[in-house]
Ligand binder design. Sequence first.
Ligand code: ZN
Length: 66
Amino acid sequence: MATACKRAAAKTVPAPTVPVPCEPCQGTGQVGNPVRVGRRHRNVGEQQGACLACWGSGEAPAADPA
Ligand SMILES: [Zn+2]
């Protein structure tokens, strides 16, 4: 009578986390905000500010496990 060789189920290896670049800042961590001055809100340029989506890390925020 042959004994069936049962192997233990292989443990699932978690996939390596690949940093996903943040969408609004394209992974730079900074976004440009248009600067408007005057009564007609003339656009005079841009100022750099920290990305509010990733807080300057440049990586897309992980979804919260709710
Ligand atoms: Zn960002």
